[in-house]
Write a protein that binds this ligand. Structure first.
Ligand SMILES: Nc1nc2c(ncn2[C@@H]2O[C@H](COP(=O)(O)OP(=O)(O)OP(=O)(O)O)[C@@H](O)[C@H]2O)c(=O)[nH]1
Ligand SMILES: [Mg+2]
Length: 331
């Protein structure tokens, strides 16, 4: 069983519920959580008390429910009706830390492909979602694009946070997955959502909590019953999908690089266009501009001087330099 879905949709909580279902452990009126098995910590039960050390959870900070919790795919092993059951918890789509969805999907596909068979791909969607928000839309699109078509027969839809009559999520929003009614389930897995254990003093509340637990146990029995009638799909298709996606991601990164350099070229071109426009405007505005500059120059002036020398009279020409203003080209 592989749990896939948006971050915070309730995958890890659901797996903790299944851990108790498989081990016949239970929330109870007198001991509350004391007999429950915890494979993935949460704020109310932060210590794990079941599972091998090799299958350690990868929760980020169970006391901060504003961030994505599960950081890597982890498998948990159980026995049910004499069969081995492996449950895989996965990283949530729409991680709050970054847009690492592509990377996360690759990790999920790689993890699932390590198994020979995959029987139930359980898509968890918070059942209180009313509209197709951008994040759930992105998640569904990512899911649609990352699941091999051949495992569509193995899809199960689990809607935590609600019961059948309080579900807001409209099934039409997942019509492209072709969900069958026998494979859609509602669960109110609220046991680990309480803020502190002091409310357990209220016996009326504890009775309510016990009832929701019993309802979830019934639902888990229905889920397992349906899964036991489902033929397993070959997990190899997940590896094929991973390789194809890896190639696509490579192409995508190349395209992004090219697009970035194209955008830079467009930006430079825009800057040059602006400069050209400004230059044209300046030229237009200054077309009648005439600059007057005073430049000193030397003018040679011809002067006649008459000199009497004995009997001879001769005209002697003498040049006298005189400084006056005139234009450069004349100088
Ligand atoms: N009331 C209520 N709270 C729930 C239910 N399922 C999960 N929660 C709470 O929702 C929060 C997120 O649940 P998780 O199980 O950590 O969600 P996740 O899908 O594993 O999240 P990531 O690991 O971040 O991908 C926790 O505080 C849970 O206690 C539910 O059915 N009802
Ligand atoms: Mg989780």
């Amino acid at each position: 069983m592989v749990f896939i879905g948006e971050s915070g949709s309730g995958k890890s909580t659901c797996i903790n519920y299944f851990a108790n279902y498989f081990t016949h452990s239970s929330f109870d009126e007198a001991n509350h959580y004391s007999n429950m098995k915890i494979v993935i910590p949460n704020s109310i039960c932060p210590q794990i008390n079941y599972g091998s050390t090799s299958n350690q959870h990868t929760e980020r900070n169970v006391h901060d429910n504003t961030v994505s919790q599960t950081q890597d795919c982890t498998e948990y092993g159980f026995t049910w009706n004499g069969k081995h059951v492996k449950i895989v918890d996965t990283l949530g789509f729409n991680d709050t830390y970054s847009t690492k969805d592509d990377e996360n999907i690759q990790k999920i596909l790689k993890k699932v492909s390590k198994f020979q068979l995959a029987t139930a791909i359980s898509i968890t969607i918070n059942g209180t979602n009313t509209r197709l928000s951008t994040s759930i839309k992105t998640t569904l699109t990512q899911l649609r694009g990352s699941l091999p078509d051949s495992v569509f027969q193995n899809l199960f839809f689990i809607f935590p946070n609600c019961t059948e009559e309080t579900q807001n999520f409209n099934l039409r929003l997942i019509a492209e997955f072709n969900p069958s009614q026998q494979r859609t389930f509602n669960m109110q897995n609220s046991l680990f959502s309480i803020k502190d254990k002091s409310i357990l003093q209220n016996s009326k509340l504890v009775k309510k909590m016990l009832q929701t637990w019993k309802d979830s146990v019934d639902t888990m029995a229905d889920i397992m019953n349906e899964i036991s009638q489902t033929s397993a799909a070959s997990a190899q298709v997940f590896e094929d999908m991973r390789i194809k996606r890896e190639r696509l991601i490579g192409h995508k990164e190349n395209l992004i690089k090219k697009q970035k350099s194209l955008l830079n070229a467009i930006k430079t071109l825009d800057i040059e266009k602006d400069r050209l426009k400004n230059a044209t405007n300046d030229q237009q505005a200054n077309r009648n501009f005439a600059k007057q500059t005073a430049i000193p120059y030397i003018e040679l002036e011809k002067k006649n001087r008459i000199t009497v020398q004995f009997v001879h009279t001769m005209i002697q020409c003498e040049f006298v330099a005189k400084i006056v203003d005139c234009r450069m080209n004349q100088a």
